[in-house]
Design a protein around this ligand. Structure first.
Ligand SMILES: Cc1cc2nc3c(=O)[nH]c(=O)nc-3n(C[C@H](O)[C@H](O)[C@H](O)COP(=O)(O)OP(=O)(O)OC[C@H]3O[C@@H](n4cnc5c(N)ncnc54)[C@H](O)[C@@H]3O)c2cc1C
Length: 403
């Protein structure tokens, strides 16, 4: 049976999250100048999130969370996405959320106690260090190298655009451990404490979007020497584990983008209802109605793609093609929706009195990080061609797998 009903407990949680965001988080955020996180206000909001039983919804109860699966998180994150700080308040923001999932899946008991425990309690922040100046969209070009030396690994290299690196307590570092095999089999993950000699945050790279905690950093790895027990997962599993992390993490971004896009449409629609030009409200002009309608359709398609992809993950079914399609579609829909909202609001939309110009700057990065649109399209097309070859000319299985 196909059933789109939201279970009552989940709907209750979603409603409580939406109310908390609207009544407490957004007003607090409006009091903070852009990019200046008020740590005291954040701590108070986090306490409220705990009191309201909204803390760390994505984590299982043994890690202090609510045990909500990917489908439930899709609903909750859409509510969180309307605010830049709401995911931080509930301790499910990038990159920590993805790192928590990865640690939960791949870490040993000792590693979990040492790294996941404080991260789950938001006592520390973390980062995920994969990209390098010479290796971005194509991870096969990764140069950072880890060499075994007795009971230790010695890591050298440089990383680029590492979100949250400044002030992070630890990093999950991707490095090549075997250059003689295919790149996908020659990478491993390492847990590197930020106070390890040789971990050097060179600078926060200035960017066009909102400043997030710890910025986007250039990092050097200078002869970092760590015990073998700091490897996360098995040797050679780095690429596969990074993909395990990235699948749901990409979807988590989509969910937050939908929240942002919905808020943009809400703002544009409210403005269209009240702003009069040439003797009538904008809302009565077909040119404006079509923009609102196009954004509504974009949002509907985006929601269904995200919910279906989340369902596939929850059901333990193959999900990578669907997540790639959702990632490209939602990132590009976000651009279109925010752009239309600015157009409807005119000079007010272009001003910093509304959050739309900030959304516009933040949205631009969505088509680049976690795989640029072009690379996802390359993978999606590859699967379409493969399906055609394997399935007697039908490409249905590569188009969402729905009959
Ligand atoms: C805000 C932000 C936060 C980030 N945070 C992190 C982080 O925390 N950790 C981390 O490891 N990385 C992070 N990144 C890096 C991100 O993952 C990379 O930007 C991404 O993988 C693309 O790599 P690149 O920027 O080097 O682009 P490049 O590899 O230089 O590619 C440039 C452009 O070329 C095009 N292109 C590339 N390959 C193809 C192809 N095969 N066919 C057609 N066109 C192609 C695409 O349009 C792409 O945008 C972040 C990036 C941003 C912008």
């Amino acid at each position: 049976m196909i059933d789109f009903t939201i279970p009552p407990d989940l709907d209750d949680l979603r409603t409580r999250v939406a109310t908390f965001v609207r009544e407490e988080i957004l007003p607090a955020e409006e009091r903070m100048p852009e990019g200046h996180l008020d740590e005291e206000a954040l701590a108070q909001l986090r306490q409220r999130a705990r009191d309201l039983k909204l803390w760390a919804p994505h984590l299982p109860p043994e890690w202090g969370g609510l045990g909500v699966g990917p489908l439930g998180m899709a609903l909750i994150s859409q509510e969180l996405g309307v605010s830049a700080i709401a995911p931080l308040v509930l301790n499910c923001s990038a990159p920590d959320e993805g790192n928590m999932h990865l640690l939960e899946k791949a870490a040993t008991h000792e590693q979990k106690e040492r790294y996941l425990r404080p991260l789950a309690a938001a006592e520390v922040r973390s980062c995920f260090a994969m990209t390098e100046q010479a290796s971005g969209a194509d991870a096969a070009g990764l140069k950072s190298r880890a060499v075994r030396d007795g009971d230790n690994w010695i890591i050298n290299g440089e990383k680029w655009f590492i979100t949250g690196a400044a002030g992070a307590a630890f990093a999950i570092v991707v490095a090549v451990t075997n250059p003689d095999v295919a790149p996908q089999k020659g990478m491993s993950l390492f847990l590197v404490d930020a106070d390890t000699p040789g971990w050097e945050v060179v600078r926060e790279i200035p960017v066009m979007g909102t400043h997030s905690p710890g910025g986007h950093c250039e990092v050097r790895l200078n002869n970092i020497t760590i015990p073998a027990s700091q490897m996360l997962g098995a040797e050679g599993q780095g690429f596969a584990l990074a993909q395990i992390r990235l699948g749901p993490a990409r979807l988590a971004h989509c969910m937050r983008w939908i929240g942002m896009a919905q808020r943009a449409l809400d703002i544009a629609t409210a403005r269209a209802r009240t702003r009069k030009t040439f003797g009538a409200p904008l809302a009565e002009r077909q040119a404006i109605q079509w923009m609102l309608a196009d954004s509504a359709m974009d949002l509907y398609a985006a929601r269904l793609m995200v919910l279906h992809s989340a369902w596939l993950i929850e059901q333990d079914r193959p999900y990578r093609q669907e997540v790639s399609m959702a990632k490209v579609y939602v990132a590009e829909a976000l651009d279109r929706i925010v752009d239309r909202a600015i157009q409807v609001c005119g000079s007010l939309g272009y001003s910093t009195d509304l959050p739309l110009e900030r959304f516009y700057r933040d949205a631009r990065a969505a088509r680049i990080y976690d795989g640029p649109s072009e690379v996802h399209r390359m993978v999606i097309a590859r699967n379409v061609l493969k399906a055609s070859k394997d399935e007697d000319g039908s490409t249905k299985s590569a188009c969402g797998g729905l009959a």
